[in-house]
Structures are given as structure tokens and as C-alpha cells.
Write a protein that binds this ligand. Sequence first.
Ligand code: A2P
Length: 274
Amino acid sequence: MKTFELNNGIAIPSPGLGTYRLGRNDAEVEHAVRSALDAGYRHIDTATLYGNEKPIGKALRESGIPRDELFVTTKLWGSDILQERITEAFEESMKKLDVGFVDLYLVHWPVKGKVVEAWHEMERIYATGAVRAIGVSNHLIHHLDELLDGADVVPAVNQVELHPYLVMQELQDFCRDKSIVVESWSPLGSSKIPLLTDPVLLKIASKKGKSTAQVILRWNLQKGLLPLPKSSHKDRQRENIELFDFSLTADEMSMIDMLDRNERTGVDPDEIEF
Ligand code: A2P
């Protein structure tokens, strides 16, 4: 595992485990988190929306791994912002996770007209010491501009859909300039698009003796991104963190950059509704 330093000095392990639809029930989620921890993951990314904070918390507590070696992210859902129940939503997440504190708390999606107001509430939660860092997710440059205009604390992270078909280089550069770490959700493109069988990626993968998933995740690391691959299966979980015994050349990196087609598998952050 590699670690990044967030803009407040906190270390964050990379890659992290994405957990959206990690299992069909609590037992499957617990099982998948246990196998990820056995494989070496120490960073687990969840959200109120995923409905799995409870089994994730249980698997983490029962792992026996010291709390300070684990990194747990959860996220504030948009309807909790609209209903002005941010403190309550945070306390519910804390209770479900039951791991003492949250390492990183993110605004899950920008809520139109509430970007700055929601951020002030996040800053207030951060000031209580119950979370080690705060950040955002699915924020485009114009959302970040709006937020930063009224912010006292610069978000530590912006977690966005990001893969070789959706590179968003301008957003990456903007975040780097502001010391905001970019995390990639659905780094493998989800099952909705055939990214893992892309001919360019297959060619690079075969040359390296690696899988296309590993090539994509290595591309993330070399671009300074923090990928959050989701897998429920032990073998693929292992594969997705075995990224440190090879590297991509500058040519290979730019061949992957050029696959960009601005193709989303998820909602456009300007069109999300709650
Ligand atoms: P699985 O959990 O069965 O391994 P998302 O982009 O929505 O986070 O989902 C990632 C998808 O990619 C999941 O369907 C996951 O399935 C699959 N996946 C994860 N790691 C790999 C891998 N190394 N090779 C192939 N498929 C993978």
C-alpha cells in the first residue's frame, strides 16, 4: 500500500476499497470487507446511500486491526442537506459504523444552491474533532470554485467518477493546484462499459504480463490519483492492489490518457436530484 498525505497532514492509504453494491446483504458485505482486509486493504470507502455502514463497521471492529491502521470514509447524502439534518445524518453514520471516529467525511454530491452552506456544516463537524478530514465528492470545477469562495477549510479530497474513458484532466489539474487529492470511483469503468476489454489496454496489459484492471489502477497511481476499485471477490481484490511491481512508460501513460471520451457511467453532477 502507498499512502498519500492529505492537505491537513493526515495519511491516507491507496488504493481503497469501493463498497457500493459490495454485497446483497449484510453477511456478504462483512465477508467481502474481511477478505479485503486479509488481502491488505486498510482504506474502506462507504456512504450513507450504500446502506452498508453497519456491516462494514462490524467487519472492521472484528478484524482486530488497530483502529489507527484503518482509514474509513463515509459520505453525507443530498436529501440530508436539503432537509437541514446534517448533524443528525453524521451522528447516524457514526453510530452505524461504530468505529470511534470517521477518518474522512465527504459531501456525496453537490446540492444546487447549498454547496457553501453544506460545506460550513462540514467545517463545523470537522472542528468538533469527530472526523480527521473533510472533503467532497462529484464536485466539478464550478462547484469547487463556489465552495472555495466561502470556505475556511480547503476540502482534502474530491472523489469523482474517473477512468480512462472519463479522464477530466482539467479537474485533476485544478484539484492538484489547490492541494485536493482526487479519488477515482468506478476506476474500472463499472460493468456498464467495456473498458476492461479496450484493445489499447489489452495490448499494454499483455506486454506487461498484467491484467487490464491492474494497468488502469497503475495509471491512476502514476497520475497521482487515489483509486477505489470495488470487488467482492478475494482474487480480484488482491489483483487490484498488486500494483507495485511494474510501471507504465510515459508513452503508455499518454496512450491511456488518449482513450478519454468524456463517457460517464453515473449521473452528471449537474443533473443529480434528491
Ligand atoms: P466483482 O465485485 O465481481 O469483482 P464499480 O466500477 O461499479 O465499482 O464496479 C467494479 C466492477 O468491476 C465490479 O463489477 C467488479 O466485480 C469488477 N471488478 C473489480 N475488480 C476487477 C478485476 N480485477 N477484473 C475484472 N473485474 C473486476
